[in-house]
Design a protein around this ligand. Structure first.
Ligand code: NDP
Length: 328
């Protein structure tokens, strides 16, 4: 057993601390697969874990990082052998189980998916939890039966990670995409991903009426709170909204009016514990449908030892698109 480089969040009476340095392999938690992590990424939840702004870390010390791609080093799991390329998102990794911002991770093989055919390890993390969640949102809208023939699709938090991938995926699926953003300077970026219209997020972020003019048939919402209430109020009859995020807040100050007077549906998305079959279906569809040139255009890269720079920035809505973290 040796040591490897890792970020570690710790907590004492003085508060939460974050350090980068050597981690003893003997300190890894139980699991039947050990992975040499090659790439990770920066998600909103990683920002919460590293800054301590919200109590997402459930065990100390914790290696943050909720998703990774890498190569299996050792395995006692029947599905995996050394040398296999794998991807992990969710399952409490980086929250209650030691996470991805490290050169090694030991996890349950049941949490892994094989690296999808057509994607390399860096592309898988350019997608990461945020992009995979955008696909779960699209699949939920499809499953509900709402189609581009019924009207436009709105994406909130459009310049962020979930939002950027959602814009690209919805456009690819034939939707007229309305992108809501607080960053007017990113209009060209959003158009390049496939947005047909850009709206100012201020239109949606202040308290509005229980029912407003019908504007979109579908929506992917990464923002929650008052914004989600207004998104619901402007959803066309029989439309659907996939809700996955809380960038504005965790509350939802709405009424039953959109549901009972317009038959609007609110579809909840939880990417953390999605069952294997649905996970694999989502990754296969990402590998098939997501335009890799658009993925590259929305992605920047940082080395592992500099990931702390982005922790507060992502919470403050200052990170555009997706960030790949290179490890080792
Ligand atoms: P990002 O920070 O990359 O994107 C969030 C975007 O929301 C920002 O870029 C910004 O977009 C917008 N935003 C930020 N603050 C506010 C605000 N106060 N009011 C309105 N809009 C705001 O984060 P991610 O894309 O990684 O995650 C988005 C959300 O989805 C997070 O809440 C995250 O926790 C959640 N999530 C949930 C998952 C699940 O399983 N349910 C999985 C993954 C993420 P712009 O500048 O364009 O306005």
């Amino acid at each position: 057993m040796g040591t490897f480089k890792a970020w570690v969040v710790d907590k004492t009476e003085a508060g939460q601390s974050l350090r980068y340095g050597d981690f003893d392999e003997a300190g890894l938690m139980d699991g039947d697969v050990t992975v040499r992590v090659t790439h990770s990424t920066v998600n909103y939840k990683d920002g919460l874990a590293m800054t301590g702004r919200s109590p997402v870390v459930r065990r100390f010390p914790m290696i943050p990082g909720i998703d990774f791609s890498g190569i299996v080093e050792t395995s006692e799991h029947p599905d995996y052998t050394p040398g296999d390329a794998v991807v992990l998102t969710g399952w409490g990794v980086g929250e209650s189980h030691l996470g991805a911002y490290a050169e090694r991770a030991r996890v349950k093989g049941d949490w892994l998916v094989p690296l999808p055919e057509g994607l390399d390890a860096a592309q898988a993390m350019a997608i990461g939890t945020a992009g995979y969640t955008a696909m779960l949102c699209l699949m939920a809208l499809d499953h509900h039966g709402v189609t581009p023939a019924q009207g436009p699709a709105l994406v909130t938090g459009a310049s962020g990670g979930v939002g950027s991938v959602a814009v690209a995926l919805l456009a690819q699926a034939g939707w007229h995409v309305v992108a809501s953003t607080g960053r007017a300077a990113e209009a060209d970026y959003l158009r390049s991903l496939g947005a047909a219209e850009i709206i100012d997020r201020a239109d949606l972020s202040k308290p509005g009426k229980p029912l407003a003019k019908e504007r979109w048939a579908a929506a992917i919402d990464a923002v929650g709170s008052v914004t989600l209430a207004n998104v619901l109020a402007s959803t066309k009859a029989d439309g659907a909204v996939a809700a996955c995020g809380l960038a504005q807040g965790m509350d939802l100050p709405t009424s039953v009016a959109p549901f009972i007077l317009r038959g609007v549906s609110l579809l909840g998305i939880n990417s953390v514990t999605t069952p294997q079959a649905k996970r694999r279906a989502a990754w296969a569809r990402l590998a098939r449908d997501l335009d890799l040139a658009k993925l590259a255009a929305m992605t920047t890269t940082v080395p592992l030892d500099q990931v702390d720079r982005l922790a507060a920035a992502i919470l403050d809505g200052q990170v555009r698109g997706r960030t790949v973290v290179t490890v080792g």
